[in-house]
Ligand binder design. Structure first.
Ligand code: CA
Ligand code: CA
Length: 475
């Protein structure tokens, strides 16, 4: 393939391609010690912010060639960016990111807050303390829903005042169709089918919210759901994610998360989960449904499992994915491959792996890749769940977002390599974020060694500029 030559490019070369893609007037080589600022992010007073390459601090980037480093020396110390939007009551924004205590320091903490600003400020926060360090990245997320009008959305990271630097990467901020998916506004916008009882809790004996101030609980027998009117054409794909747990200090709850495409011939995709821990341990789940016909409604629905403890759920996020059939539930439709990789799909009970969502997952022989091309010059975040095919382990994979200019060589926007993936039903999530500067962005998954199992490929628009922290400027 024409971009293979740069596939194994050295880090510096990778950085350089990012520079030339993003900037004009390039006249200097990338600094060897990162940069003392975060491009496109604002820095509040009392904040030390920098961008670092791999090998500089003891923490390597989660994705791409760089990550952001943020330290707060006084109250309010933070990084943030404001995105102008016309925001109506019910509009919902979800943010996610990867964070770590930088290097060998210990005890880093951070608050990630999404604000809806101007007018009566509304917000939701995810707080994490005692973050693991080095390359042990922790995912965080939060969703906020407007109850009044606003003119901008802000994403902001506040490291613990006086604490060590916190590493931030893969920042994703997007519109969610699931209004009040964080349940911080109680049960608003959600409906329940009897005999399910549906309620929300703040922190207490029922548990602690995954994010924000409240979370949801539901008993079995029926379901909890929300409908969103949309015009869907064949190929259109919607992904739902949620955090789920067992009530209070119990274990063993379970259920099903479904995305239904309604109006016309009903289609859906589901993911089921069982044996969930409680006591504050939340488990992320996801599913992606692809239309094969026209529809008029997208429904996200949660079905608690009967005869087990009450199901808790929080941060339900529903959004369109620009990768079609990312769940491989329509077998190999919409995917292209580079030889020698051959893409096949499997249902449960065949290979030793069960799909983490839907009816099928993809399996890719090593040496090449599978990919889809997306058009539009916007910020993208792509995620996927990957494993080694079968019950062993050891497969390696790489997510890459390529830029395909009208002429000349393709170049990497960002990437993330994952080695030694577990097999069976231990699916490992991976995320990359970058800005598509060219009209065509290629979302590509390389099966590098071993046979790769892949599912829940989700690529969507992010509103956060430089969420991958891989862009910089040369003054
Ligand atoms: Ca919540
Ligand atoms: Ca990065």
């Amino acid at each position: 393939m024409r971009h293979r030559a740069t596939r194994w490019a050295a880090l510096a070369a990778a950085v350089l391609t990012l520079v030339t893609s993003a900037l004009v007037g390039l006249s200097a080589s990338p600094a060897s010690a990162g940069f003392p600022y975060l491009f496109r992010w604002s820095t509040a007073a009392g904040t030390v912010a920098a961008t670092h390459l791999a090998g500089e601090t003891g923490t390597d980037p989660y994705e791409g060639p760089m990550y952001g480093s943020v330290q707060s020396t006084q109250s309010g110390g933070s990084i943030y960016q404001d995105i102008t939007r016309t925001i109506y009551p019910g509009d919902t924004y979800c943010a996610s990111a990867q964070v770590a205590t930088e290097g060998t320091a210990t005890g880093g903490g951070v608050e990630m807050t999404v604000f809806l600003i101007w007018g009566n400020v509304e917000s939701s926060t995810k707080t994490v303390a005692d973050l693991p360090n080095r390359n042990n990245w922790t995912p965080v997320g939060t969703c906020v829903t407007a109850t009044s009008a606003h003119t901008a959305v802000r994403i902001q990271f506040y490291p613990k005042v006086g604490g060590p630097a916190v590493a931030v990467d893969a920042v994703d901020l997007h519109v969610s169709l699931a209004a009040n998916g964080g349940f911080n506004n109680g049960t608003s916008y959600w409906s329940a089918f009897a005999p399910t009882t549906f309620t929300t809790y703040g922190p207490g004996t029922a548990g602690a919210p995954y994010e924000g101030s409240r979370f949801a609980a539901a008993t079995a027998g029926g379901s909890v759901y929300q409908d969103s009117g949309r015009i869907l054409n064949p190929g259109d794909t919607y992904c739902a994610t949620a955090q789920v747990a067992s009530f209070g200090s119990t274990t063993g709850s379970g259920g099903t998360l479904a995305v239904w495409l309604l109006g016309g011939t009903t289609e859906n995709a589901t993911t089921s989960f069982a044996g969930l821990p409680g006591s504050g341990a939340w488990t992320p789940v996801t599913t992606c449904a692809t239309a094969t016909a026209g529809h008029s409604v997208v429904r996200v629905e949660i079905y608690p499992q009967p005869n087990v403890p009450t199901l808790l759920f929080d941060m339900v996020d529903l959004h369109p994915s620009l990768v079609r059939n990312g769940g491989f539930n329509a077998t190999t439709a919409y995917w292209s491959t580079w030889a020698p990789t051959v893409l096949t799909t499997y249902g449960p009970g065949v290979t030793g792996n069960n799909p983490p969502e839907g009816a099928r997952f993809g399996a890719a022989l090593p040496g090449g890749s599978l990919y889809q091309d997306i058009t539009g010059e916007i910020n993208y975040c792509m995620s996927a769940r990957m494993a080694t095919l079968g019950t062993g382990g050891g497969a390696s994979a790489r997510l890459v977002l390529w830029q395909l200019p009208p002429s000349g060589n393709a170049y990497q926007l960002t990437y993330r390599a994952t080695a030694n993936l577990p097999g069976a039903n231990t699916w490992t999530p991976s995320t990359v974020c970058g800005r598509g500067w060219e009209n065509i962005t290629r979302a590509e998954i390389y099966a590098e060694s071993g046979t790769l199992a892949v599912d829940a490929v989700d690529l969507h628009r992010s509103l956060a500029a430089n969420g991958g922290m891989n862009e910089f400027r040369i003054d």
